[in-house]
Design a protein around this ligand. Structure first.
Ligand SMILES: Nc1ncnc2c1ncn2[C@@H]1O[C@H](COP(=O)(O)OP(=O)(O)OP(=O)(O)O)[C@@H](O)[C@H]1O
Ligand SMILES: [Mg+2]
Length: 275
C-alpha cells in the first residue's frame, strides 16, 4: 500500500471530526520530493506530513535519504521536484536563510560549531535580527542596541542553563566533547526561536547523563509549542520520545505509526535487513 497522507489526518482525529479542517492541517508537508545525485536516487518521490506539536521520529536504514530530506527541507540542497510547505508557506525554491526566517531550525549529523569562538559566542551568532549587526543602529540608538544585546545574552544564558552547558559558556567550542557539541548545536538553533526543529541524530555520541538533559529539553520545548522531526538510529531514544515514527527506505516513506507498531511491520524489517 502506498503511503497515504490522509491516514495522518484520521489518526490524529479519532473523535470523528471532519478531515481536511484547518485544525488538522500539518505544520510541514512534503509532497513527491525528488533528489538525484548522479546515478543515486536519494529521494524518490518522498511524501510526508508532520503534525504541529508532535515529536516525529524519522528512521530507516543507512542511505535511506533521511539527511538528504533534511538538506532539501532546510534549503541546503535544492530539490529536483516536488513541493514543501511550512504551514501555508512554500519552502522549496527558497534559500536556507529565507527558510530559517520562516521558522525552521535544524542541526547537523556531524556538529559543526565555530571552534575558535566560545560556547556563548556560538549561541549568540544565531540570535535573530541582532540590532548591533546593523551598523547604523550603533550610532543612532546605542541604548536600544545595548538593551537588545543584553536580552540576547540573557536568552542564550537561559538556553545554555537548560542544557547544562552554562558552566562551559566561556570555553572554546572546539574543546567540547562530541555529545556537548550536539547539545550546543541545539542551543544555537533555539536562539532563532523556530517553530519546527529538525534534529539529525541528536543522540549520537551523547553520554547517558547528557542524554537525560537532551530528552528533557526536547520535551519541555514541545510542551512550549515547538514541533520536532528527528532522525535517530538509537531506538531507545525513539521509543522514549517519538510519536509517530515515519520509516524511510530508498528515498520514500515506507510507513508511519506508533513505534511499537512500526517496529513489528514486515516491510520495515525487510528494509532494515535489505532483503
Ligand atoms: N552530496 C551527495 N553526493 C552524492 N551522493 C549523495 C550525496 N548526499 C547523499 N548522497 C547519497 O544519497 C543517498 C542517501 O543518503 P543520506 O545521507 O540522505 O542517507 P541517510 O538516510 O541520512 O543515511 P544515514 O542513516 O547513514 O545517515 C545515499 O546513497 C548517499 O550516498
Ligand atoms: Mg544521515
Amino acid at each position: 500500500m502506498p503511503y497515504d497522507m490522509r491516514r495522518f489526518t484520521r489518526q490524529r482525529h479519532p473523535d470523528g471530526r471532519a478531515t481536511g479542517e484547518s485544525a488538522t492541517a500539518p505544520l510541514l508537508t512534503v509532497t513527491g520530493v525528488t533528489k538525484r545525485f548522479g546515478g543515486v536516487e536519494a529521494l524518490a518521490g518522498c511524501t510526508l506530513a508532520i503534525a504541529e506539536g508532535s515529536i516525529t521520529g524519522l528512521i530507516g536504514p543507512n542511505g535511506a535519504g533521511k539527511t538528504t530530506l533534511f538538506n532539501v527541507i532546510s534549503g541546503l540542497t535544492p530539490a529536483d521536484g516536488g513541493e514543501i510547505r511550512l504551514g501555508a508557506d512554500r519552502l522549496d525554491g527558497r534559500s536556507a536563510h529565507a527558510i530559517a526566517r520562516r521558522g525552521l531550525g535544524r542541526t547537523f549529523q556531524i556538529p559543526r560549531p565555530l571552534g575558535r569562538m566560545t560556547v556563548m559566542e556560538n549561541v549568540l551568532v544565531y540570535a535573530n535580527d541582532q540590532p548591533g549587526e546593523r551598523l547604523a543602529g550603533v550610532f543612532t540608538a546605542p541604548r536600544y542596541v545595548r538593551a537588545e544585546e543584553h536580552r540576547a545574552r540573557a536568552r542564550a544564558q537561559a538556553i545554555l542553563d537548560s542544557m547544562e552547558l552554562a558552566h562551559l559558556a566561556s570555553a572554546r567550542a572546539e574543546t567540547l566533547s562530541g555529545g556537548q557539541k550536539k547539545l550546543l548545536e541545539l542551543a544555537r538553533v533555539l536562539m532563532s526561536d523556530p517553530r519546527l526543529i529538525l534534529l539529525d541524530e541528536p543522540g549520537a555520541g551523547v553520554n547517558p547523563t547528557l542524554m537525560r538533559s537532551l530528552v528533557e529539553t526536547i520535551r519541555a520545548l514541545r510542551a512550549a509549542g515547538r514541533t520536532f522531526l528527528l532522525i535517530e538510529h538509537d531506538m531507545d531514544l525513539v521509543t522514549e520520545l517519538c510519536d509517530p515514527v515515519i520509516v524511510m527506505a530508498q528515498g520514500r516513506t515506507l510507513m508511519e505509526g506508533p513505534f511499537a507498531e512500526v517496529r513489528r511491520d514486515s516491510r520495515v524489517l525487510e528494509a532494515y535487513l535489505g532483503t
